[in-house]
Write a protein that binds this ligand. Sequence first.
Ligand SMILES: Nc1nc2c(c(=O)[nH]1)N[C@@H](CN(C=O)c1ccc(C(=O)N[C@@H](CCC(=O)O)C(=O)O)cc1)CN2
Length: 281
Amino acid sequence: MTARILDGKAIAARLRAGLAARVATLSFQPGLRVVRVGDDPASGVYVRNKDRAAAEAGFDSATIHLPADTTEAALLATIARLNADPAVDGILVQLPLPAQIRAEAAIAAVDPAKDVDGFHPINAGRLAAGQPGLVPCTPRGVMHILAESGIDLRGARAVVLGRSQIVGRPMAQLLLGADCTVTVAHSRTRDIAAECRRAEVLVAAVGRAEMVRGDWIAPGAVVVDVGINRLADGRLVGDVAYAEALTVAGAITPVPGGVGPMTIACLLENTLEAALARRGT
Ligand SMILES: Nc1nc2c(c(=O)[nH]1)N[C@@H](CN(C=O)c1ccc(C(=O)N[C@@H](CCC(=O)O)C(=O)O)cc1)CN2
């Protein structure tokens, strides 16, 4: 058996085209500002890709690039200025941040109505309470892939591997909201492989290259690989050993070309939503 490949790149392209068509009907351009601090090379690529995707879809997008020695107070002042700017609908602080800045302080400084990353505690709380709010882009992208691929989640046993604020926890909330029975497995879980083997839907978000082996996967399971790990030889791999998983899973997202492109498409979706809500349209 070879798993069906869930083509996130194609789904993201369709989502972006749909968003561009909606933006073209508006009397204003939704405004997005991405704040990058320092010179992390991977962040440079992601920020450029976000900026380009936003501009292509008709958003008013710009990156604010601050030096690596920026203080936390200076970053918070930049965020405060963007919070107060009526032309700005969405603010995103690219992670990781340099060591002298607490990510949680930067996240909490963003106006929740402009928090297009969905990381602010107010938006995280809304998601946990089942209330509408801005949802983190990567988990939102995973839900789009599953929906577009016709995967029935009602009553499914889902295992989320990883408990980060950015992916694991919101992912679990979204799957719960879609009527899955959800287990969150993490570094202290006693037998991770056994938990994964129980999954009909397995979402791997641990940030460890190829940690999930083929024999951790139940035959026919849907495997969503959120990991993006650059190996020493330059290859990009996920958290799942892809070649092994292909022979066991029923469906799988590749890396690259799976969840990653959805993160950027959902950032645009969040920005449009924030703009429509803020401007009362
Ligand atoms: N403020 C945020 N910081 C970070 C987030 C985030 O959602 N908000 N997520 C990641 C990085 N990220 C977006 O910022 C991101 C990572 C990867 C991709 C992507 O499209 N990956 C491609 C491969 C790209 C490559 O060749 O390197 C793929 O998977 O096909 C998009 C966005 C951490 N920081």
